[in-house]
Design a protein around this ligand. Structure first.
Ligand code: AVJ
Length: 355
């Protein structure tokens, strides 16, 4: 399935496919943790790690970087001076949020993919004409509850339907779709260049699923990093304070915690690389010496300098996006980029949608 290494995406499944909506009675999506008892290992995580470490070129899909600690570290990355994407995208939303809201129209249902802290969402919601509902979709339940609490105060009339799900799997249409006024447009907000964690073919199937989710009158608001300058890219993925290194190394800590691993975190070093042909940043964990590591009873050998490939972050320019949109049955109808041409927001819609 994974043709190239580390093609997994941002956020992962509590329960693949379904999507546990936490509205109404606020039922817990996961079984309660019992104190003093080790949780059984997450089967999907175990399989991904054992397969990835057993391959001739070791890799683990980037999905697994985002446990609760990983999600927190990623939030810290977004505030780093070197990490330009977040603040650049926020600038674009400030400058063009009104245009986006005009495309969305009245009573829209806003669905956000990989919503995280929902920091960017108010920039759209505040400008939309009485938005009907907001459906944040994320893998981290803790993050969802937190962001919902903040938005409830700010938008008291909005239906908020937080959903724990993995957007790389099938997405169920939220109930809000069926209760929304007939003229309501379904707007998918997919910011942060998270689509860049998918290889181009997977990005196309992801966009296809999002088109199906939002329907014939749908609208997709897609944020992408289009920067291809190594001088700014490499530091963005290897900051001076070492936060990105901590984020990457947390994967090994997570394996130790959840899969009975024996990784020595001091024996691996974070490295970011830029592949000029494929226009992608790669994150690697580089073994600092020859060593063997045990995970769930299986031994894995590392030569000195051997790496685990932990993430790809593709940089798509406008032509890439137009080509991918066409393959996904979508059309680019509008878009903006910043003055340095690093980051862009594209509006995509099915060809038949009235804009
Ligand atoms: C949130 C997945 C888009 O690829 O820029 C940041 C993740 N990894 N620093 C990105 C990330 C290392 C980020 N995405």
């Amino acid at each position: 399935m994974h043709g190239s290494p580390a093609t997994g995406v941002g956020r992962t499944p509590a329960r693949p496919g379904t999507g546990d909506t936490l509205n109404g009675c606020g039922q817990a999506a996961r079984p309660r943790e019992r104190p003093g008892r080790a949780q059984p290992p997450d089967e999907a995580f175990a399989a991904a790690v054992l397969t990835g470490l057993g391959a001739p070129r070791k890799s683990i899909p980037s999905t697994w970087l985002y446990d609760e600690r990983g999600s927190q570290l990623f939030e810290a990355i977004t505030d780093l001076p070197e990490y330009y994407p977040t603040r650049t995208e926020i600038g674009l939303l400030r400058d063009h949020g009104t245009d986006i809201a005009r495309h969305a129209g009245p009573d829209a249902v806003l669905i956000e993919i990989g919503s995280g802290s929902s920091r960017k969402t108010p920039l759209l919601l505040a400008r939309m004409e009485h938005p009907f509902a907001y459906v944040p979709i994320d893998i981290s339940r803790a993050f969802l509850l937190h962001s919902v609490a903040l938005l409830r105060d700010q938008f008291p009339h909005l239906h908020i339907l937080p959903t724990v799900a993995d957007f790389t799997g099938p997405l169920q249409p939220p109930h809000a779709f069926h209760c929304a006024p007939a003229r309501a447009r379904r707007v998918v907000f997919f910011p942060g260049s998270t689509i860049g964690n998918l290889a181009p073919d997977e990005a196309v199937s992801c966009l296809t699923r999002l088109r199906e989710l939002c329907g014939r009158r749908g609208l997709i608001v897609l944020g992408v990093d289009q920067n291809r300058e190594e001088t700014t890219l490499l530091p963005a993925y290897d900051d001076a304070d070492g936060v990105t290194a901590q984020f990457d190394l947390n994967l090994l800590a997570r394996i130790n915690r959840e899969l009975d691993g024996t990784f020595d975190l001091d024996a691996f070093r974070h490295e970011s690389r830029y592949d000029r042909q494929r226009h992608r940043i790669e994150m690697h964990l580089v073994s600092q010496r020859e060593q063997s590591v045990r995970v769930l009873g299986h031994w894995f050998h590392f030569t000195a300098g051997e790496t685990i490939h932990t993430e790809n972050s593709y940089k798509f320019d406008r032509a890439d996006i137009e080509a991918m949109a066409a393959r996904a049955g979508l059309r680019r109808i509008d878009g903006w980029s910043d003055d340095d041409d690093r980051f862009a927001i594209h509006l995509l819609a099915p060809p038949e949608a009235v804009n």
